[in-house]
Design a binder for this molecule. Structure first.
Ligand SMILES: [Zn+2]
Length: 247
């Protein structure tokens, strides 16, 4: 794929994610000289990628049971468009969807996918993950991760994949009738810890909520994603003493 096209697309993608996620826009990738172990050196604005002490993803193994607040999902708005920014396939939301956790509301901006999952559970990734990226009024980010396990076809993904943007920079409007809430498992117990964006600029103070219950995806659906976006996974990062809570 054309390098310049990818850089442009990724800068646009970051702009759409809001200023909190904006970066210098230096090109990065998942392998080679611009791969994860080099991110911190590609741009001054990416320094957290190598200096941060609360980086994501992590392996989720030892957890502490606590009385975590329930996540109240209010995914009522429809998705607006689906795009390929060269790093992932991302669905931008119309305004109006949110989660509320412990009295704090985070608005859903977009969700996107990684295959396999970035967080691992006891050392093992899931087959795919959706990251639902939310932002509170004070700028704080909350990301809900929904892990997918290969099984039967996922009907909501089937609707989205009909619009699969095959090339970096592609963007397609979505027709009405896609219910994003149907991507969530019925049980929404979760793991919680404080981490970062898993892509440059690796900004910290992201509230991570990794749902414990997986949802199904067919092998063909994962393959369709991986055909367009090759392995887009940052390796797991050191815990540096962070506690992972679970409920
Ligand atoms: Zn992600």
């Amino acid at each position: 794929m054309n390098l310049k096209q990818v850089c442009t697309a990724s800068a646009v993608g970051m702009l759409m994610m809001g200023t909190a996620l904006a970066s210098g826009g230096a090109h990065w990738s998942y392998e080679g000289h611009e791969g994860p172990s080099h991110w911190g050196n590609l741009s001054h604005s990416y320094s957290m990628c190598k200096e941060g002490k609360k980086q994501s993803p992590i392996d989720i193994s030892t957890t502490t049971k606590t009385k975590l607040s329930k996540i109240k999902f209010s995914y009522t708005a429809e998705p607006k468009e689906i795009l390929n920014n060269g790093h992932t396939v991302q669905v931008n939301m119309k305004k109006g969807s949110s989660v509320t956790v412990a009295g704090k509301t985070f608005n859903l901006l977009q969700f996107h996918f990684h295959a396999p999952s970035e967080h691992t559970i006891n050392g093992k990734p899931a087959d795919m993950v959706a990251h639902f990226v939310h932002q509170a009024k004070d700028g704080q980010l909350g990301v809900v991760a929904v892990l997918f396990k290969i099984g039967k076809e996922n009907p909501t993904l089937a609707k989205l994949w009909k619009y699969m943007p095959e090339h970096a920079g592609d963007k397609k409007a979505l027709a009405p009738g896609i219910t994003v809430a149907k991507l969530l498992p019925a049980k929404t117990n979760y793991y919680h810890y404080s981490g970062s964006l898993t892509t440059p600029p690796c900004s910290e103070n992201v509230n991570w909520m990794v749902l414990q219950t997986t949802v199904p995806v067919s092998a063909a659906q994962v393959a369709a994603f991986s055909h367009v976006i090759h392995k887009n996974v940052r390796p797991v990062q050191p815990h540096h003493g962070r506690v992972i809570e679970s409920n």
